[in-house]
Design a protein around this ligand. Sequence first.
Ligand code: IGP
Length: 261
Amino acid sequence: MSVLDGILAGVREDLEERKRATPLAELRSRAADAAPALDPLPGFRAPGVSVIAEVKRKSPSKGALADIPDPASLAAQYAAGGAAAISVLTESRRFGGSLADLDAVRARVDVPVLRKDFIVDPYQLWEARAHGADLALLMVVSLDDAQLADLMALCKELGLTPLVEAHTADEVRRAVAAGAELLGINARDLTTLDVDRKVFAELAPAIPEGTVKVAESGVTGPKDVAEYRGWGADVVLVGEALVRSGDPSTAVRDFIEAAGA
Ligand SMILES: O=P(O)(O)OC[C@@H](O)[C@@H](O)c1c[nH]c2ccccc12
C-alpha cells in the first residue's frame, strides 16, 4: 500500500464518521447561509507571482513542522504579507488539520481560502462550502474521470473554484480534459513523498494558455519561487517554509518580491 493509499483509507473512515454526525441536509442549509464564495482567479492572474500560503502542522514526509496554536493569526500574518489566498489543511491524521482550523481562518481573513484535503466524495465539497471555503483541492490521482467530472460540476454549482492537482503528464491531460482553469503541479510524488521541483518545468508546457498554473511544494526560499516563476508559474503554494519561517508575513513578501513583476 502506498503512502497515498494509507492516507485515503483514513480519510474515508473519518468521512463516514462525520456523515453519521452531520447529515448532508444540515450541511446544505449551512452552505446556503454562508457568504458567497470569492473568486480567486482575478487575483491569481494579476501581474507578478501570487502566493497561496498554507496552514500546515505536520506532514507524512516531515512529521511535526509547527504547533500553530492559533491558525487564524498565522493566516492573518500571511494575508498581511500579501498572500493571494490561504490554504488550510483539514486532514487530521497525517497533517494535524481540521474543519475548525478552516472556520477560524475563514472568520479572520478576507482573501480566498482553500480547503486542502483528500476530496473523494461530494459531501466534502458541501462541508468545504458550509465552512466558508472559496476553493477546494481535487487531486486527479485519487479520482477516476467520472468522479473528477462530478466533483468539478458540484464545485461550479457551489461557487467553489477547484484547484485540480496533477503530478504526471497523464494527470495533466486528465485535468485539462476535465476543464480545469486552475491547475496545480505537485512537485511531491504522493506515492513516494519524493520532491522534485523540475516536475513543474517538465509538465507546465502541456498546460493550455489561459489556465492558471500553480507550482505546489518544495519551495525552501525566495530562489525557488523565482525558479518556479521562470518556468511559468502564476502561483506558488507554500507550506513548510512559511510555517517554519518565524516571520510569516515577511517570508510571504520576500517570496513575492523574489519573483519580480
Ligand atoms: O510544505 P510544502 O513543501 O511547501 O508543500 C505545500 C503543499 O504543496 C503540500 O502541502 C501539498 C500539495 N498537495 C497536497 C495534497 C495533499 C496534502 C498536501 C499537499
